[in-house]
Design a binder for this molecule. Sequence first.
Ligand SMILES: [Zn+2]
Ligand SMILES: [Zn+2]
Ligand SMILES: [Zn+2]
Ligand SMILES: [Zn+2]
Ligand SMILES: [Zn+2]
Ligand SMILES: [Zn+2]
Ligand SMILES: [Zn+2]
Length: 1761
Amino acid sequence: MAAAESDREVPSALCTEFLNFSVKDTASKWLQVTDLYKEVYHHLARYVPKIYCLGPNLNPQSEDLLAQMLLQAPLEWYLCGEDPSTGLAKLEQNNQPSQLCGHVFKVGEPTYSCRECAADPTCVLCMQCFLGSVHKEHRYRMTTSGGGGFCDCGDTEAWKKGPYCQKHEPNISDSCQEDPLAHLSTDMIARCYNVFSVVLKYAVDMLTWDKEDELPPGLEPPDRSDTYYCMLFNDEVHTYEQVIYTLQKAVNCTQKEAVSFATTVDRDGRKSVRFGDFAFCELAKSVIVRNTSRQSKPLRVQVMHSSVVAHQCFALKALHWLGHVIGYSDALRRILCQVGLERGPEGENSSLVDTLMLCDSKMWKGARNVYHQLFMSSLLMDLKYKKLFAIQFAKNYERLQSDYVKDDHDREFSVTDLSVQMFTVPSLARMLITEENLMTTIIRTFVDHLRHRDLQGRFQFERYTAQQAFKFRRVQSLIGDLKYVLISRPTEWSDQLREKFLEGLDTFLELLKCMQGMDPVVRQVGQHIEMEPEWEAAFTLQMKLTHIISMIQEWCATDERVLIEAYKKCLTALTHCHSGFADGEQPITLSMCGHSVDTIRYCVSQEKVSIHLPVSRLLAGLHVLLSKMEVAYRFPEQLPLSELSPPMLIEHPLRCLVLCAQVHAGMWRRNGFSLVNQVVHSVLWLQIYYYHNVKCRVEMFDKDLIMLQAGASMMDPNHFLMIVLSRFELYHIFSSAECRKRYNRENANKDVVQQNNTLTEEMLHLIMMVVGERFESGIGQVEGCDEIKREILHQLCIRPMAHSELVKALPENENKETGMERVIDCVASFKKPGVTGRGLYELRPECAKQFNLYFHHYSRADQSKAEEAQRKLKRQNGEDTALPPPVLPPFCPLFASLVNILQCDVLLGMLGAVLQWAVEPSAGHWSESMLQRVLHLIGMALLEEQQQLENSSEDNDVYFNFTLKMSRPGEAPSNTASVLALLENLQNAPHLEVHEDMIRWLLKTVAGIKTLRERSASTSTVTASGSRGQEETACDKDKAERKRKAEMARLRREKVMAQMSEMQRHFINENKELFQQSLEELDASTSTSLDHSPASPDAALACVGPRRSRPREKRQVVTCILCQEEQEIRADGKAMVLAAFVQRSTVMSKNRTRPPHDPKRYDPLFMHPDLSFGTHTGSCGHIMHSHCWQRYFEAVQAKEQRRQQRLRVHTSYDVGNGEFLCPLCECLSNTVIPLLPRTMGSSSCEQPGLGQWLKTSGQQIKAMHSAHRKLQPVSTVEETVEEECPAPEVFTVDYIPTNPYSSTIKEMLTTFGSATYKVGLKVHPNEQDPRIPIMCWSSCAYTIQSIERLLVDEKKPLFGSLPCRQDDCLSSLARFGSACWTAACQPTVQGHFIRLLAALIPDPQVEASPCILDVDMLHLLVSVVLSYGSVHSQDSSGLSVDAVQLHLFHLITVAHMVQILLTSGPEEVTMEQESGEAERGEEEGACRLYNTLRTLVGSSLPEVGSGWHLWRCVKTGILPYLRGAALFFHHLHGVPAPPELHALCPGQWEVLCGYLSLPSNLLQLFHGQQELLEPLLHGWCTHPGIQQTLQGGGVLVSFPRESNSLIDLPDDYSALINQASSFTCPKSGGDKSRAPTLCLVCGSMLCSQSYCCQTELEGEDVGACTAHTFACGAGVGIFLRVRESQVLFLAGKTKGCFYAPPYLDDYGETDQGLRRGNPLHLCHERYRKIQKLWRQHSITEEIGHAQEANQTLVGIDWQHL
Ligand SMILES: [Zn+2]
Ligand SMILES: [Zn+2]
Ligand SMILES: [Zn+2]
Ligand SMILES: [Zn+2]
Ligand SMILES: [Zn+2]
Ligand SMILES: [Zn+2]
Ligand SMILES: [Zn+2]
């Protein structure tokens, strides 16, 4: 209480009042009174305004605390009749919790459903329940919740199997039906009832209260203050930016405050933005209204009295409290439900629950959320009241939906969203249908909202405004509700259910009737339609209803009576639709081949036609269902088929199919265009696309085809075909007696000929489909899974496909979820993915014979791809390339007569005509695809006959005799050739070579059938299969063999070609090698492992020191990639440069908490061993002349300038920052490194020992000190009295050496130096800055270290395994480093050297030398060696650089050993200690050195007994350093490495030490020179930093430093989702983050892509990820966007790309966006690949390549992520 008081200023009078308040007294008073309602209201009226809303800034914590003390506590006391802390505990103890889990989902929480057991897809489990359920062993589905909704664990209706998890398993001893109230005393029940009534009534009163300045009766405050709030409400019209801008103007706040206001308004639905007197608030209101009313309706603002706001605040609190209290006991929950649903004084629908629901759309978002949650935890958790609530919900349904349509809040904030919780429960849904007529109500409400009709009463969506479109979208939620209601089919039908369902169906048919024929089109001729016709609304409606139509059929299928009734109703509706159509259509008579039929005159190309025919299609669906019924087999006469008029049935579907054909033929091009995804499509083309598309075809194209099949099966096939011909407007072509001579007569317009050809092709295809599509059960005699098997098979005939592609190609029904799994293995085999790509299904070879080229779901593109693939396959197998039709299953009885189409006269006439045209081709009046289709049709007919013969039982009752008919000559006038004769004729036609195999197959089949008929006539027991096989003679086999060989040869050629193109794709690498060859040949030093010929063949190779091997002098010649000229690398020659990319890096950091340095003041001379920030240099290895590169870069700059002027296009690189793409490989670069010749070693004369050298160098340094002091202006020199130090004679301090480099090289030295400086320190370029050389050395050291680590991680040998681009880069860096002092001021570089050396050899004149624990030794080595050049240039004593380098190297190595020993941890006890004799010396040495250190450092070093341990520490700890040093000296001097280091063989240690001129017992370095080194040791160990660091005062890095890895990820992706769902935004007080994003480098979870977590970085607003990268990754970041399952790469503020996540499902696919929901598991290989990119410093490069490949990535605002 004390804390609460200090938080805010409560007037002292109140304080005493509050302090004197007694909960118990108040409660006992209430227990006495009769009218509790009045008492409590009085209490609230008095206290609420004193607690809540006392000033501009609310203080929710103390408000809630006070409310708990003064308001809730007495209520609880009253409720329990005793101290609530004991009373509530008792309640909880006696409670028998419900078996429902009811866990309410947070946004982003993972939910699980079982594809096998869930009653419908809305049934989900929470993670805990899922893990304890049987379903985790099943095929489950994982999604993230959008918030709301709860776990269905324990709901027996939701699961076909396993409804309970282990935790919610019911205890069998419990009687589940027991009334929870039985445990409570009647007193308790009464009190509970009273208090709930009052509190709920109060909450409802306040939340639905709409007056701004007064309170409901009984709540008026005793003393009324005069304060108001200006309350801003949320709407979905205004954007964040608009609101923020307006608020800044209206209430004079900062942008930050405005953002916070806007965020709260968006989250809670309202927020007070001003507090004060009425006028003050009113002013703000008027500004807001004025500012937001220009384009739209203004933001809603109210000026409300503070007491009203106070009571509303407490009302919300009261609802929370109710939710909390009922959590103690199911009995309390039941009482609350009873209170809520009790009918109010106004009669029906006046309960408190009703009142809340009916006011829903008037309440603000926050209030809605709170009461919806209470409903969920009370009404929906109690099985008895859930039902009652569902009834009330259904009663109010129409009103609620209408309110929702008018409201502008998203559906998740509407009470209508609760429908899913009730309608999907099958028993409730059925109860609501039968008792509340819910199905009819929903459909009627839906129809009522669609008011646009044409004269015939059909829907009309022309002149469709944006607002109507918005409303229409909301209306669609009704379809969702209908779907819920129908989701589970009834297993048992009651008469009442039948009645109500059929009533609903009637209403539904009314809806469909309004759609039948809607949006009709008329073909335009002449001018284009300029305006874009509105078609989407009608089509959307169609799409949305697709599922409903399918579900209604499924319902009908479960009951024969319902089905027959539905069929009758649908037929009546169709007849009704057609009554309006027939007007004005004149009857005509068609005749052909001796048959004639009456029909109407109608041309699709001239009259109105509509693609929307839902009534016909529903009837088609029901027809198939009837056909499946037993009654169809036994008593077909009982079916209501007699009223049908087949020509009427087929008329409209046929027109629609003809329309499609005409659009394909290009006849409707003038009917307007539409823009979809930036591509212009003809409007009709789009509609037809959807008509065939997998989303719609089930209830569009498929059903039209079925209707044609149904109609045709009841008609004379000749009549049917003539009507088809007539509708295709091809009748005149085929009916004429001279049709076979078409090519003579018809010389019309070329377009028309083309059109007619296409139409003929389409028509032939249609006939094939009518006869051949038998895979739907009910049409053909097939099993349910045959259909899906065939669907998958045909997809895989196109090419191997991933699981997701197959799923996409299947319609959304139950097959999609589980059906595919059942059949996929019969048709396909699975191939696992590699590190990239995805797993693929391949067709099983034995399934290829079921391939049907004219599969009805193929698009033309699919068809030609499949044809090509299948022919290729056959060629590869050495077979002929005919693709004959597959054998088909027989028809069901209702459709059986369809086969007669194949042998009817009209068809034979058509076939004959096309064949005849093909025999005498001219003028292109026929097409090859036309012929191909005809051949296919003949094949179908032959197979049909063959099948019937094979299946007939001995006697000759096979009525189908195509072979007979095809041998008959054609129609009069003259005797034309028979179909068979024509085929034989065509067999050898040279222009039809492609079809040769097919024609041969046809003729062979004819022969086979003849044999079959003959045999069956004689023996009657021959099968056809045998006859086919025997025909293959030896000759055939020979031919096949030759063919196979030719095929093999062809394949080999193809393979070679493929390899070639693969090589071209890897252009970059190949080219690189090409260009590098010259360099490699001439420079023996680089990676070629073959050539390690040292100068003196006997001596071992050494890369440092006076005895270092001298490689033969060779000219280095390289080629410029830009001008292709060769150039020798010489100090005085033209400069050659390597494209390079310098970047800051934290990849090796051992301390990510170190804050970034202040770039202005940071001194980079010493690198801390934690390597927290480094500078990495990489190169693609491409070499250019410096002047060629300069010209190129200037051109890039100029181009970029022009581009920026013209249009604001972004590029993947930032020219202003010096970035460019390598002209050859397009690799991102930001500078160039000059190539320099190798340094020459001087001849080795007598060299000084360590002692001698220490003395000399000491003198030299002193000389430099005094020389440097002289250079400084006098004023800054304070201690001038230092004695003048005479320099050694041979050391000339003021000698200025001649610069050996040409001017272009000098220029490039400056270029690279200042680029490294600029990038590495993040500063503006400054060529004078003394830190430039330091940054270059440091970058060289860092790059070497990172490559050394990479080689260890990749388990590769130290030498010979690097790509040459890295070798070249390292050589250039090392040689550049040794030369860069020539471009800088010499005393500066000398100064660096002096300070560096002082870290090892104490120098009184250097202040603040670091302690050796704070120095990374490789950095020190590289810097000191490279800076020595500036000192050596003034030495003429003949002292060799090599000798000095070796001394420096030995010194630093000793220092590193000391460093390692100081930081080595205590011994691990479990280690095995077996030391061979050989290492005894090393161990003793290590012990001795360690003990020396202990005496110097004291007790901070633990005592270590075992030398074995110490030597191990030294050996493993120093190895990375030695390897780094070897790389460094190797590249500096170009000494080839010994062959042992080119492999991973044992004995590396000795070889490495030898190569580095070190004794393999490193401790000899110390003990051999002990008297010289001990003083140094003393100096190091007494440095104050040592004690401090060892005692925990700093970061203690131990050696060897392990390579950093990306964080460990869980194997199961859902663990990540779960982790992210409990992550809250760190800035907005416990809110869920919308885009939780995981840093894969350090494991931080961030709130990405959101306003709340934007911060300012260098003057710009950036999102959490970008901000994080600056600290964690020096600008480079690797993240996992958890909700999207997507990896995000970021570099700087402008670069980024998405990358495939390392999580795969069982099908070897990623799920970016988590749309598929398959369980995902970590793929270690892919994660390693990402890690490798990171360790290689290739993230930025990867982003560059991604952005170059996909320009849309460039436009994304990466910095806001
Ligand atoms: Zn659960
Ligand atoms: Zn459970
Ligand atoms: Zn299951
Ligand atoms: Zn050049
Ligand atoms: Zn390149
Ligand atoms: Zn991080
Ligand atoms: Zn946030």
